[in-house]
Design a protein around this ligand. Structure first.
Ligand SMILES: [Zn+2]
Length: 392
């Protein structure tokens, strides 16, 4: 349970205020006061020892004993929502909102909590209209903007998501990362409408907002390649090395393709030599097995195949890995020039292929989600840019 119960400690401050206010009152009220304190701590104790059902029972009793204890209602509703009992949470928050005597701040807080409930229940429209109603109360504004951003992201309303994330960026530098992804999403939608110029504006803004945005850089490369500006595309792909070395595997295929297209467009086969020089330097600077595997998987034109294979052989001999063994066996079979390679080598190849067949996968550093393709938003934990290539 740990820090998740901290939200239940929040009512403590309000409860103490309530107790102090009632200190001077009658004996009956003092008894009620003691009962409330004991009940609150009993409930908290149940939570800390992972007994949620007993905790809920205790908090329900407190609510019945004194319906004025707003904070206990908030705590109880939060608990219901966390357990997935959203309808019960909604019911409590709606009752709170209906109280005419509720202070303005508490009223707005109940609206915010109800919006959380609606979001969890998938009722995004209702959540959105509540959040837009909360107004500018500073204490709740940040939280309501955060929640609105989640809604627009979930609904793929990128323009609105951009507006909200830009507002949040003033006080929250962490909003830059999702904001850059929203611009990328906007660019993808522009590209679908063949609005290449608008897409370039969105992508350049994404890089301005988050200079380390590999996604924006890869998309810029793609747009330049579509426009047959291969030199600009190559320059974009090569920038990834300075942004995030863990994502270098993603540039291999488009970069090699651009060099091929550029060589053929300018009738300059020597440009392919430039590519092998770049790949050699890249592997020396970034000796990653995943990068070498990605290079080994690309089908190079015959003119440079042997050069690339030589540099990969050298890499795998210097940096031993199972994928290296796989590559070396394939290469020895090729080099043997025999139609039927020796049975012992075939058997060895079969065993190694069996062990390493999964090749490159993608893994979320935040929640451990595994995928066969690169997701920019983790489907498991809904975090941006947490999935990276991984070699088993
Ligand atoms: Zn994840």
């Amino acid at each position: 349970m740990g820090s998740e119960v901290l939200f239940l400690l929040l009512p403590l401050a309000a409860l103490s205020g309530w107790l102090i206010a009632r200190r001077g009152e009658s004996r009956r009220q003092q008894r009620l006061c003691r009962k409330m304190t004991d009940g609150y701590f009993a409930g908290l104790n149940h939570l800390l020892t992972d007994r949620e059902d007993e905790a809920i029972e205790e908090f329900l009793k407190l609510c019945h004993a004194d319906s004025e204890t707003v904070e206990i209602h908030f705590a109880l509703a939060n608990l219901f929502r966390r357990r997935g009992e959203v309808e019960r949470a909604i019911h409590i928050h709606q009752n709170l909102i209906a109280r005419p005597a509720l202070q303005r701040h508490q009223h707005n807080r109940a609206l915010l909590e109800l919006a959380h409930d609606y979001f969890k229940a998938g009722l995004f429209d209702r959540a959105e209209s509540l959040l837009l109603d909360i107004g500018d109360e500073p204490r709740l504004k940040a939280e309501s903007l955060k929640q609105l951003q989640k809604i627009y992201q979930q609904e793929h309303e990128w323009e609105r998501a951009i507006q909200i994330a830009t507002l949040r960026l003033k006080d929250n530098p962490a909003a830059a990362l999702p904001l850059s992804h929203y611009y990328c999403e906007q660019a993808l939608s522009d590209l679908q409408k063949a609005e290449r110029r608008l897409a370039l504006v969105a992508l350049n803004t994404a890089v301005k907002v988050a200079p380390g945005s590999v996604r924006a850089t890869l998309l810029l490369g793609e747009v330049y390649q579509q426009s047959q500006d291969y030199a600009a595309a190559v320059a974009a792909y090569e920038r990834v090395e300075h942004q995030d070395r863990e994502l270098l595997t993603e540039i291999v295929s488009p970069l090699c393709r651009c060099y091929e297209l550029m060589a053929s467009a300018h009738s300059q086969p020597s440009l392919l030599d430039k590519l092998t020089v770049y790949l050699k330097g890249l592997l020396e600077r970034q000796p990653q097995p995943a990068l070498a595997v990605a290079i080994a998987q690309y089908r190079f034109p015959l003119a440079v195949q042997s050069q690339v294979h030589q540099l990969l052989e050298q890499f795998f001999l210097n940096t031993p890995s199972l994928h290296g063994v796989r590559f070396l066996i394939e290469r020895w079979i090729e080099q043997s020039g025999r139609v039927t390679p020796p049975t012992s080598l075939q058997r060895l190849q079969w065993v190694v292929n069996k062990i390493s067949e999964s090749g490159n996968i993608y893994l979320c550093h935040h929640c451990g989600f595994e995928a066969k393709t690169l997701y920019w938003l983790c489907p498991g934990c809904k975090q941006w840019s947490t999935i990276k290539p991984y070699v088993r």
